[in-house]
Design a protein around this ligand. Sequence first.
Ligand SMILES: O=C(O)C1=N[C@H](C(=O)O)C[C@H](O)C1
Length: 312
Amino acid sequence: MHWTLLVCLSDAVIMRLTGVYVPLITPFDATGAVALGALEALAHQVLEAGAAGVVALGTTAEPASLNVRERQAVVDVVARVCRERSAPLIVGANAVEAVAALPGRAEVVAALSVVPPFLRPGEAGVLAHFAALAAASPVPLVVYHVPYRTGQHLSTAAIRRLAALPGVAGIKYSVGNIDSGTVELLADLPPDFAVLGGDDALISPLLALGAHGGILASAHVGTAAFVQLAEAWRSGGTVRARSLGHRLAVLSTALFAEPNPTVIKAVLHAQGRIPTPSVRLPLVPPRPEAVRAAVRLAQDDVWRKLLLQGLA
Ligand SMILES: O=C(O)C1=N[C@H](C(=O)O)C[C@H](O)C1
């Protein structure tokens, strides 16, 4: 991407990488095919409920279990919804060929690219990887840092070097805890760099520390409550934010009681929003008791009451 274009775009991009993004699940129908109509409806629902944007082909979408045609169909459907609603879309893409093939459409504001997993190339390797990826990408990158999955730790200094790379606009920060490195990063945010939380149960403290928003699979349910949480922390409504954050952490914990997105899909199915709760291998259906607990917590009317009464 051209450097001057990047500088002009950076403010606008950071503004758009703020708030709650929902990484959409991929619904399947009774034949096992991708239920594109249900996916389209889900995208409309979460945006209608106030989500800042959506992510296509995040971890939650089971992208490794989709074939090339299915992945393309998913991106096409979600992009159409985003175009209709003038909403930003982030697309999961990890390799040079995948980012280079991203559609040059206005609604695609960034690619979500995971730190290379398993190999553990070291911080220098990670930096070189993202420099190459950014050079090939028509859109800015959000680095997906999830060390408990990739096996690759990154120091705060390395994250700052990533943030300084042209074409890197943010990080999905999913380190599994809040530690001194988290505080160090958020206390002195790199310029033009968005920090989006990716550990759902930790989103409230991360927002309290100054994160720009979150990419939260939990926000498929209780979307408006997650949106209000982010707004409350941003506007200084700390009493409400703290209380709402505690309640949402309980919901997120229940939704992540089994490998994501098995429970979330079961809840969405119980709510009549997707045709089946099916997941593809290697994921298997969650335990019924985990689903029952999450369905109870996810009941829309419970959240509506809390939000209306301002009790949350
Ligand atoms: O798909 C995503 O992006 C997310 N994936 C995480 C995971 O599966 O662990 C969770 C987060 O909510 C968003």
